[in-house]
Design a binder for this molecule. Structure first.
Ligand code: ATP
Ligand code: AMP
Ligand code: MG
Length: 196
C-alpha cells in the first residue's frame, strides 16, 4: 500500500518571508486548482498556550522564555498541530531553529516531527541583506537584530536542521528562494510542493 502524506512544513529564518509566501501560495492553489489548504501556524499555537498561562504578551516574547518552558509549550503545540493536520493539504508555518540566549533551540525535534510526518520540509531562503531590511521595515513585529554574518550562519544551520527532519521522517527537503519583490515566484514553487 502506498503511504499518503498531506503536510508541508515551511521553515526559514525570521523575516525571510515565510508567512507572506505561504499566504500567496494558498491563494494560487485556490485559483488554479480550486483547492483549500489548511494553514497551521506553530507560533500561534504556542502563543495561545503561553498567553493563557500569562507568560507572554506577544508572539515575539516566546523565544525569550526559559528554554525549558519553550520546549514544554512546543510539545503541547506540536501535539495540537498533529491533531489538527487532518485536511487533504496542510501547511505548517514554523522554524527549524529558534535563536535564544542559550543557543539555537531545535524547532522540530524528533517527537514533534514523528507525529506530523511531513511529506516535504521547505526551507525559504533570501539574501541576508534583504532579510535585514525586511525585518527593519516590518513594524508589525519585534524581530531581533542580527548582523549579516549571523544571518548567513543562521541560514546555513537551518539547512542542516531541515536535513535532520528529512532524515527522521523521510520527508523531502526543498529550498525555495524568496527573492526581493518576487513573492509570486516563491509562491509558485511552494504551490507545486503542495500539489505534488
Ligand atoms: P517570522 O518568522 O518572524 O514570522 P516570516 O518569515 O513569516 O517572519 P514575513 O512576515 O512573511 O516573514 O515577512 C517579513 C517582511 O518581509 C514583511 O514585511 C513582508 O511584506 C516582507 N517580504 C516578504 N517577502 C518579500 C519579498 N519577496 N520581497 C520584499 N519584501 C518581502
Ligand atoms: P513566527 O510568527 O513564525 O515567528 O512564530 C512566533 C514565535 O513562535 C517564534 O519567534 C518562536 O519563538 C515560536 N515558534 C514558532 N515555531 C516554533 C517551534 N517549532 N518551536 C519552538 N518555537 C517556535
Ligand atoms: Mg511569519
Amino acid at each position: 500500500m502506498s503511504e499518503s502524506r498531506n503536510t508541508v512544513i515551511v521553515t526559514g529564518i525570521p523575516g525571510v518571508g515565510k508567512t507572506t509566501v505561504i499566504n500567496s501560495a494558498i491563494e494560487l492553489v485556490k485559483e488554479k486548482h480550486g483547492e483549500d489548504v489548511l494553514l497551521l501556524n506553530f507560533g500561534s499555537e504556542m502563543f495561545e498556550v503561553a498567553s493563557a498561562q500569562g507568560t507572554v504578551k506577544n508572539r515575539d516574547e516566546l523565544r525569550k522564555l526559559p528554554t525549558a518552558t519553550q520546549r514544554e509549550i512546543q510539545r503541547n503545540a506540536g501535539e495540537s498541530i498533529a491533531q489538527k493536520a487532518k485536511s487533504v493539504r496542510v501547511i505548517v508555518d514554523t522554524h527549524t531553529l529558534i535563536q535564544t540566549d542559550n543557543g539555537y533551540l531545535i524547532g522540530l525535534p524528533e517527537w514533534v516531527v514523528r507525529a506530523i510526518q511531513p511529506k516535504t520540509v521547505v526551507l525559504v531562503e533570501a539574501d541576508p541583506e534583504n532579510i535585514a531590511s525586511r525585518r527593519s521595515s516590518d513594524e508589525t513585529r519585534t524581530r531581533d537584530v542580527q548582523i549579516v554574518d549571523e544571518v548567513k550562519t543562521h541560514q546555513e544551520m537551518c539547512r542542516a536542521a531541515a536535513v535532520a527532519v528529512g532524515t527522521i521522517t523521510g520527508a523531502t527537503v526543498r529550498i525555495i528562494k524568496n527573492r526581493e519583490g518576487k513573492v509570486e515566484e516563491a509562491a509558485e514553487a511552494l504551490a507545486s510542493a503542495l500539489m505534488e
